[in-house]
Design a protein around this ligand. Structure first.
Ligand SMILES: [Zn+2]
Ligand SMILES: [Zn+2]
Length: 285
């Protein structure tokens, strides 16, 4: 009887191992045989390469390796960056987030990936960008303080015009990777012009002034399980920070709601008017 059981056990083990091996083999062949496109440039790549082609990956790594101010996210030479600020944000009294993490420079490849997400609803791009966002957040000294992610909100009228709420999708995917909840605590109360059309810093600040408020309706509270930002350290998530006007307004609302400390993370911080032009030598653009 004992011998029969042992033989039976060995047989089951062999079948199980053979099944696992065959499944892994089939999965490997399917991945290799089903190429996909790079999220940045659209080139066909083998599934095993991930979501970026070699050239885009190289450029992303380069952009991520450049020095940037941990307070405002501007890419600059190391000499211009001091411990708590840089030569530029030192004079920006409005800057009210404790730290800003960014993935890289607003290179044409990163721009393509973000525009495809924002205007064409390519959710796969959000997945790829969230992977990068989570990686840069983990590198911050404040990474383990974060208790919730707060996406920059979109007005419901704008949402009707767009295929997706890009900041919300980015926050959701980043939250999954970091194991941090997403609290869409802030809502957009006024449908203003898109910041993209406004070139000057003053116009951008004016355009978003008073546009945000804490979502306090019973339906809102139900949808994010009544969680409040009061007493919590939060991180605002968006695709870009250009002048910092939107982050400033959202941060004001969060502070008023009792948030303990406010950080922000964006995919890129493009140069804004008056910024030093920072394109260090040897860049692979
Ligand atoms: Zn590519
Ligand atoms: Zn700075």
């Amino acid at each position: 009887m004992g011998t029969t059981n042992r033989l039976l056990g060995t047989g089951v083990g062999v079948v199980s191992r053979t099944w696992t091996l065959s499944r892994d083999l089939v999965r490997g062949v399917v991945t290799l045989a089903s190429p996909q496109t790079c999220v940045c440039c659209g080139e066909w790549i083998a599934g095993v390469e991930g979501m970026f082609c070699h050239a885009c990956r190289k450029q992303l790594d380069w952009g991520m390796s450049l020095h940037y101010c941990r307070r405002c996210g501007r890419t600059q030479a190391l000499e211009s960056i001091h411990e708590e600020h840089c030569g530029r944000c030192k004079h920006e009294r409005f800057w009210n987030v404790a730290g800003l993490a960014r993935v890289g420079l607003y290179t044409p490849r990163l721009q393509n990936a973000l525009l495809d997400l924002k205007y064409r609803g390519r959710l796969r791009n959000a997945d790829a960008m969230a992977g990068l966002l989570a990686a840069v957040i983990r590198k911050q000294s404040w990474a383990y303080e974060i208790e919730a992610l707060v996406p920059v909100p979109m007005h419901w009228l704008r949402r009707l015009q767009r295929p997706c709420n890009h900041a919300n999708v980015l926050a959701t995917e980043t939250g999954k990777r970091l194991g941090v909840p997403v609290i869409p605590a802030v809502g957009r109360t006024r449908h203003g012009r898109s910041q993209v059309d406004l070139p000057s810093m003053t116009q951008r600040f004016k355009n978003v002034e008073g546009c945000f408020a804490i979502r306090a309706g019973w339906l809102d509270r139900l949808s994010w399980r009544g969680t409040s930002v009061k007493g919590r350290t939060v991180c605002i998530i968006d695709n870009l920070a250009k002048t910092g006007a939107t982050l400033y307004e959202v941060s004001k609302v969060l502070r008023k709601a009792g948030a303990k400390r406010i950080y922000a993370a964006v995919v890129s911080r493009p140069a804004s008017p008056g910024d030093p032009v920072s394109r260090p030598g040897g860049d692979p653009w």
